[in-house]
Design a protein around this ligand. Structure first.
Ligand code: PLP
Length: 420
């Protein structure tokens, strides 16, 4: 009885406190309704099994290939999903949000003076709207007119070895790509129609002019330089390295190793150019970039993803990725004729990789056949046969708990089945 009274008093006082703050701060009460303590909604119908993909008959895969857009990029942290869900509970001016997000990201990345950032729907969108901004400036007629470039500059210089499928997003602005190989060809290519010099960061080793010299030459010729570094974190420092190097515009994917929203990316660059890029982008209508809508959830999610990415223990992560590969390697080493070796690409997917090769006299199956068998097995496993190299190549940074074990088991089963 007495206990009961005490309990009642305590809970009464407790609720008074809650009431007082609700009265004093009515809006706080409104936000509290959307707090994480709120139980997850009950899902009925579509999605109720926990795997909406399987419900559609599209099998999910174990991803040992990396941050591939065709496989869905990367998986967000639950904390990121929670913040994005909160972003979906309010209306806001998207144009104002973009500017505020840019300021926050600039502080977080400690970008140099005169730089800011824009959240786009991806690195490809960042390329297109960044270039569009250079072409149109803040001229409203030009913004409506593009990709008809009458009255604007119309050429972008690129090293021949830097051409890749993503330069389509430059060509959508109506420009012509001018390919060069040597410094002399570059010098001769620059003219009054030149709008920009483009650099594909992953192709650094392939071109005669490297990343630091390219931007120096750009300054010398007074032509803005863009660096597409979409897949080039880690290392995390790349997020500011190219701005510090002097690049006028730099692009990153949000939905790759940064593990941001899949439909987000970053355009980092000079404030004047980034402002003009936004004028050419959604939410502004009658613009080239209206088709590249980025939502409030993605804009908020991109900030949160960067915050989490910057706070990550990158050395510990790398050790973990290496340990996952070692686990698979130990299992495969038991099979006669099978060899594993480790490598880390210098740039783009700069994470631990493992190559798996075997003596085909002892294990009678080709890497392509193994890759295909894994893909059609249950669960389906995606491992690339390593781009012109012998054997299979895998990485582990997108693997989920328990998946390295499944890969080790399945791979060794297939290889053993074909052992002489
Ligand atoms: C992935 C990628 C892009 C496109 O990035 P999205 O964020 O998917 O738009 C552009 N360039 C390169 C080199 C890439 O790897």
């Amino acid at each position: 009885m007495r206990l009961n009274t005490n309990w009642n008093r305590r809970s009464f006082i407790g609720s008074l406190g809650a009431l007082a703050s609700a009265v004093a701060l009515p809006f706080k009460g409104a936000f509290a309704a959307a707090s994480p303590q709120k139980p997850a909604p009950t899902i009925t119908g579509f999605g109720s099994t926990g795997n909406p993909y399987e419900e559609l008959g599209v099998p999910t895969v174990i991803n040992a290939e990396g941050t591939m857009t065709v496989l869905g990029g990367s998986l967000p942290h639950p904390e990121l999903e929670a913040v994005m869900a909160r972003a979906g509970r309010h209306f806001v001016s998207i144009a104002d949000l973009e500017v505020a997000a840019g300021n926050r990201i600039t502080q977080m990345l400690k970008l140099p003076d005169g730089y800011t950032a824009l959240v786009t729907s991806g690195a490809a969108a960042a390329m297109q709207s960044g270039l569009a901004g250079i072409l149109t400036g803040d001229n409203e007629a030009f913004i409506r007119q593009i990709p008809d470039l009458t009255g604007m500059k119309s050429e972008v210089i690129i090293q021949k070895t830097h051409r890749n499928p993503f330069d389509h997003q430059l060509r959508t602005t109506g420009i012509k790509l001018v390919e060069i190989e040597t410094r002399e060809q570059l010098r001769r290519a620059v003219n009054e129609r030149t709008a920009m010099m483009h650099f594909s960061n992953f192709a650094n080793a392939a071109g005669q002019i490297k990343v630091d010299e390219w931007v120096k030459l750009g300054k010398q010729y007074n032509i803005p330089c863009m660096n597409d570094a979409a897949a080039d974190t880690p290392p995390v420092s790349h997020l500011w390295d190219y701005a510090n190097m002097g690049y006028d515009l730099i692009t990153f994917s949000g939905g790759k190793a940064i593990r941001g929203p899949q439909c987000a990316g970053l355009l980092i660059g000079r404030k004047d150019l980034v402002a003009c890029a936004l004028l050419n982008n959604s939410p502004h209508e009658d613009t080239l970039g209206r088709s590249q809508k980025v939502g409030k959830e993605e804009i908020i999610g991109m900030i949160k993803a960067l915050e989490m990415y910057l706070n990550e223990d990158h050395d510990a992560l790398e050790k973990e990725w290496q340990a996952r590969l070692q686990l698979v390697s130990r299992e495969l080493a038991k099979i006669p004729g099978v060899t594993t070796s480790f490598f880390t690409p210098d740039i783009a997917n700069h994470v631990p990789h493992m190559r798996i090769t075997w003596d085909e006299a002892k294990v009678k199956i080709t890497p392509q056949e193994v890759s295909k068998t894994l893909r059609s097995s249950k669960p389906s496993i995606v491992i690339g046969s390593g781009e012109g190299h012998p054997g299979l190549a895998m990485n582990s940074f997108m693997l989920q708990p328990g998946e390295p074990e499944i890969i080790a088991q399945q791979l060794s089963r297939i290889l053993k089945e074909h052992s002489a």
